[in-house]
Design a protein. Structure first.
Length: 200
């Protein structure tokens, strides 16, 4: 499959299929989205995955939510659009759904307690430029005094030079420098190209 054409801007009701239309198109659309996501799911260490969101991944999430909840009324559809549209990148940033995964419930509880503050220690770096640290959970607080959440939403703002370098082919690294979880990854060329398409 070729790369997905980049569409920009927020989603509106006209961009969504009705429940009936989506039922017919779902298999093909889901396959297209999963192929597209392949270069946008970045494992960082053994227990963390970042899913870099864009207009297509968010369209898929909204369609799936409407399907599961059987939402077909205009107000309900608009509520989903209002909830998910902020996760679409704006052209000078990357937006990430950040997942912490520990299969064992007891270990998960202990590790999430040890990882308090991890969402603020996530970074991206273009070439040798300064790291951009995440602005986390702008929608609501996801950490309490005992532990962090297993899901966070991150925004990484890039200045003009970072954008130009990333679009121009410079290497991109991502990582976490929390005292109890310290890993970094240099993106592959297909990963970098996919993320560079988010930038204008």
């Amino acid at each position: 499959m070729g790369s997905e054409p980049v569409q920009r801007g927020r989603l509106g009701r006209a961009d969504l299929l009705s429940l009936e239309q989506y039922s017919t198109a779902r298999k093909e659309f889901r396959g297209r989205v999963l192929e597209h996501k392949r270069n946008r799911l970045i494992p960082i260490g053994p227990n963390v995955t970042w899913a870099f969101e864009d207009r297509l991944t968010i369209q898929y999430q909204i369609q799936e939510m409407l399907r599961v909840e059987r939402i077909f009324e205009a107000a309900g559809i608009q509520d989903e659009l209002d909830a998910y549209n902020p996760l679409i990148p704006d052209g000078s940033n990357w937006k990430v759904t950040f997942l912490i995964e520990f299969p064992d419930p007891d270990e998960r509880k202990q590790r999430l307690a040890a990882l308090k503050g991890i969402e603020g220690r996530c970074w991206v770096q273009v070439a040798g430029l300064e790291r951009s640290y995440a602005i986390a959970d702008e929608d609501l607080e996801r950490e309490n005094h005992e532990k962090t959440s297993s899901v966070h939403f991150l925004r990484f703002e890039l200045d003009a030079e970072m954008v130009a370098q990333a679009k121009g082919g410079a290497p991109v690294s991502v990582g976490i420098d929390h005292p109890n979880y310290n890993y970094d990854v240099q993106l592959s060329e297909p990963q970098r190209k996919s993320l560079a398409a988010d930038l204008v």
